[in-house]
Design a protein around this ligand. Structure first.
Ligand code: ATP
Ligand code: MG
Length: 407
C-alpha cells in the first residue's frame, strides 16, 4: 500500500519551515504593535455557521465545503475564519469590552477546489478582524496593517485595489443595471453565472471562468456598467477612507469591478495583488462586513477584516536557509558526548552529537554540514578535562575549559 498526501494538500517539510516561522513571527510582531490580539478558534464548526455567515450564493458554500456528519450533526471544516471569529465574539460576549475589538489569527482553511499553482484544498490564512468601529479610520488601519505586514516580510511591489460596494440600498439600482447589461448574453455564460443572475448578480463580476470573461469583454460589460452609485452616507465613508489612505501614504487604485467572493461585504472592499504571482495574483482580500454580527445572532455591530493566503505569500519570499546548530560534539565516548551535549543545551545553546560512534573524520563531516562549531572530545580531552573547539568556517582550533566556553 502506498498512501500519499491528498490532492491539494501539502506537507510542509523541515527544510521549508524557517519561512513559516518567519512569517508567523512577523505577523505576531506587526499585529501586536497595532494592539491586535491573537485568537484561535476550532477548525470545524456547525455547517450552518458558514451557510449563513459566508452566504449560500457563494462558491465556497455551494461547492467548496468539506462537510461531514457526526452524531446527527452537520459539521464543516472551516473554509475561512471570519465566521468563526464572529461566532466566538458573540458566544463569549466580547461586545462587553469597549470597542474596537482587534483580533488576528493564523491557521489552516479547507476548500474543495481544483488544485493548481497558488490554489490548494488545505491552505493557510493569516488575517485580522476589527470589530465595533464604523468610521473609515478602521478601514484605513486594516489596509495599512496588511501593507505593513507585507513590508515586514520584504514585499514592497504591491498593488492595493479598493472599491466600495455601498449598502444594500446603493446596490439595488446597480444590480438592476447589471442584469440589464448581462441579459442579452446570459445564455452563453457558465452555469454558475446563470444562477448568480437571480441570486446575486454582483458576483458575476467575480467569475473566474475564462469564457465568461471573454464574453464580458466582447459585450463591453465593464464600460456599460460603471461603478455603484453610492448613497450620501456610503459615499462619504468611501471619501474618508481615501483621505485616510492618503494621510498614511498608501498608494491605491480604485477598481469599480472589485466585488470579492463573499456575500457579507458592505461598503469597503479591497485586494492586495502582487505582479509576481501569475494568474492567482491576489495575496490579500478583505472588506467591511457591517451586517455579519447581527446575521449570526449578535447585536448590530460594524466590523472590517482581511485574510491573506500564506502559501501565496510564502511563494513571494526567498527560501530562508536552515539555521545551523551552535555546537556539534565529536567524540568516540558516547556517555561523555551525550553528557556534554545536554549540558550545552541546558546553558541555552543548540547542540547535537553523533549517535553512532564513527570515525572522527566522518563525524566532523557531519558537524560541518549542520553546526557552526565542533567540540572535539577525545581521550586526551577527557583525561585532562578540557575541550577542543573547532571553528567549522575557518578550521581554527583552540583548547579551552567548559566554563570558558559557556562564557
Ligand atoms: P480567489 O479569488 O483567489 O479564489 P478568494 O476570493 O476565494 O480568492 P478569500 O476567500 O478572500 O479569497 O481569501 C483570501 C486569500 O486567501 C486569497 O487572496 C488567497 O491569497 C488565499 N486563498 C484563497 N483560497 C485559496 C486556496 N484555495 N489556496 C491557497 N490560497 C487561497
Ligand atoms: Mg476562491
Amino acid at each position: 500500500m502506498n498512501i500519499k498526501a491528498q490532492k491539494g494538500t501539502k506537507d510542509i517539510l523541515p527544510e521549508e519551515i524557517e519561512n513559516w516561522h518567519f512569517i508567523q513571527k512577523a505577523a505576531e510582531e506587526v499585529f501586536t504593535k497595532a494592539n491586535f490580539k491573537e485568537i484561535r478558534t476550532p477548525i470545524f464548526e456547525d455547517t450552518s455557521l458558514f451557510e449563513r455567515g459566508v452566504g449560500d450564493t457563494t462558491d465556497i458554500v455551494n461547492k467548496e465545503m468539506y462537510t461531514f456528519e457526526k452524531s446527527d450533526r452537520s459539521l464543516t471544516l472551516r473554509p475561512e475564519n471570519t465566521a468563526g471569529v464572529v461566532r466566538a465574539y458573540i458566544e463569549h460576549n466580547m461586545f462587553r469590552q469597549s470597542p474596537p475589538l482587534k483580533l488576528w489569527y493564523f491557521g489552516p482553511m479547507f476548500r474543495y477546489e481544483r488544485p493548481q499553482a497558488g490554489r490548494q484544498r488545505q491552505f493557510h490564512q493569516v488575517g485580522v478582524e476589527m470589530i465595533g468601529i464604523q468610521d473609515a479610520s478602521a478601514d484605513a488601519e486594516c489596509i495599512k496593517l496588511a501593507v505593513d505586514f507585507l513590508k515586514s516580510v520584504g514585499l514592497n511591489d504591491l498593488l492595493v485595489e479598493i472599491n466600495s460596494l455601498g449598502c444594500s440600498e446603493c446596490r439595488k439600482e446597480y444590480k438592476e443595471g447589471l442584469k440589464q447589461a448581462i441579459k442579452p448574453f446570459l445564455n452563453d455564460l457558465c452555469e454558475d453565472c446563470k444562477s448568480r443572475f437571480e441570486k446575486n448578480p454582483l458576483r458575476i463580476l467575480d467569475c473566474k471562468n475564462e469564457s465568461c470573461n471573454k464574453l464580458f469583454e466582447e459585450n463591453n460589460l465593464k464600460e456599460k456598467v460603471s461603478g455603484i452609485k453610492l448613497c450620501p452616507e456610503c459615499a462619504q465613508h468611501y471619501t474618508k477612507l481615501k483621505e485616510y489612505l492618503d494621510i498614511l501614504n498608501i498608494k491605491y487604485k480604485e477598481n469599480t469591478f472589485l466585488v470579492r467572493g463573499l456575500d457579507y461585504y458592505t461598503k469597503t472592499v479591497f485586494e492586495i495583488k502582487s505582479n509576481n504571482l501569475g494568474a492567482q495574483n491576489a495575496v490579500c482580500g478583505g472588506g467591511r462586513y457591517d451586517g455579519l454580527v447581527e446575521l449570526l445572532g449578535g447585536q448590530s455591530t460594524p466590523a472590517i477584516g482581511w485574510a491573506m493566503g500564506v502559501e501565496r505569500l510564502n511563494s513571494l519570499i526567498p527560501q530562508i536557509e536552515e539555521k545551523k546548530l551552535d555546537y556539534f560534539v565529536v567524540s568516540d565516548n558516547q556517555p561523555e558526548a551525550i553528557k556534554l551535549t545536554s549540558k550545552l543545551r541546558e546553558h541555552g545553546f543548540s547542540a547535537e552529537f553523533d549517535y553512532n560512534t564513527r570515525k572522527f573524520t566522518k563525524q566532523l563531516e557531519k558537524a560541518s554540514k549542520s553546526a557552526s562549531y565542533a567540540i572535539i572530545l577525545g581521550e586526551d580531552e577527557i583525561n585532562n578535562n578540557y575541550l577542543t573547539l573547532k571553528d567549522l568556517n575557518t578550521s581554527e582550533q583552540k583548547k579551552l575549559k567548559f566554563e570558558d566556553l559557556i562564557k
